[in-house]
Design a protein around this ligand. Structure first.
Ligand SMILES: O=P(O)(O)OC[C@H]1O[C@H](O[C@H]2O[C@H](CO)[C@@H](O)[C@H](O)[C@H]2O)[C@H](O)[C@@H](O)[C@@H]1O
Length: 290
């Protein structure tokens, strides 16, 4: 991604930021229009893999990342769905695994750092290259603390395998400075080993390896029976690879507006996610073949 791309992502409003990653992406249909297809996909399967993003999906976006929490309705719906014997429920987050695990209970599987760490069956697997590059992330974070200290409200979230520079509360005029200083530090400590990507009012510093949420979803899905239908709900750029992993046989649901995405379906808000998860648990699961 070039400088202009990153600047645009950081400065643009969440709702207008372009998210299309390939020319094949189209605007997803509202859930009401796609519900017959969702019912059919469930009817053709014996098991459901339900993968859920956290921020912006289960938890409304808030200014302060530490204060993000699932809505009570989502909290209850995830717990109920996770208790269904025909459903495997997974949280797939950009947050550190230990962080997101503390924020939502119920699922048997958690992926953190955009899929670089994966907890299932009681053990955690970490991408080996990401593990090796963690020291670079640590050094970059330490240096950024000083480099961004004069910028009002700039915040660095050290997630060990990746790091996030938050600009949501930074005055708009200072965004280019944040980006420039972040890039200088990442170049210094990362070279070709680290890269910067975007998100909702954030710069993500990550190892430059071809691994994302979609790979984590594929890994989880590969261990389930062949007639499992996979579902993924997410709201941000890093969720696109996961939408691609489940579509077209499964169901990708974008939480957002009418913007192009690899997801076939969209809902407007975390409140709508809760309604859909409740429907899945009460009605959708009944559609799965015996
Ligand atoms: O994949 P996710 O679970 O959605 O994580 C993506 C990033 O989410 C968090 O940042 C976002 O949410 C914050 C709280 O609402 C908000 O302040 C920020 O502007 C958003 O970008 C999290 O802090 C990051 O580490 C995740 O990468």
């Amino acid at each position: 991604m070039d400088d202009d791309g990153i600047t645009h992502r950081v400065e643009a409003d969440d709702r207008t930021r372009p998210r299309s990653m390939t020319t094949d992406d189209t605007v997803p249909d509202p859930l009401e229009e796609q519900l017959p297809a969702v019912r059919t996909a469930l009817s053709n399967a014996s098991r459901l893999l339900a993968c859920l993003d956290f921020d912006g999906t289960l938890a409304p976006i808030v200014e302060e990342p530490d204060e993000a929490a699932p809505t009570p309705a989502n909290e209850a719906a995830v717990e109920a769905l996770a208790a269904e014997s025909a459903v495997t429920t997974a949280i797939i987050s950009g947050r550190a695994l230990t962080d997101v695990r503390e924020r939502i209970d119920g699922p048997s599987i958690y992926a953190g750092n955009h899929g670089l760490e994966l907890e299932r069956r009681g053990s955690v697997a970490v991408h080996p290259v990401a593990r090796k590059r963690a020291t670079r992330i640590e050094r970059a974070c330490e240096t950024l603390e000083t480099a961004l200290e004069p910028i009002p409200n700039a915040r660095i979230e050290d997630k060990r395998l990746t790091a996030t520079v938050h600009v949501r509360s930074v005055p708009e005029a200072a965004h280019p400075v944040v980006e420039r200083r972040t890039r200088e530090v990442v170049d210094r400590f990362g070279g070709d080993a680290l890269e910067i990507s975007g998100g909702k009012q954030i710069l993500e510093i990550e190892p430059s390896i071809p691994w994302g949420k979609g790979n984590a979803v594929e890994l989880i899905d590969a261990e389930l029976p062949e007639d499992t239908v996979a579902l993924y709900i997410g709201d941000d750029t890093t969720d696109e690879s996961a939408f691609r992993a489940v579509e077209p046989d499964g169901v990708g649901i974008l939480v957002g507006d009418d913007e192009p995405s690899a997801a076939s379906t969209r809902v407007a808000s975390p409140a709508d996610v809760a309604s859909f998860l409740e429907w899945l648990e009460t009605t959708g699961v009944e559609l799965l073949a015996e």
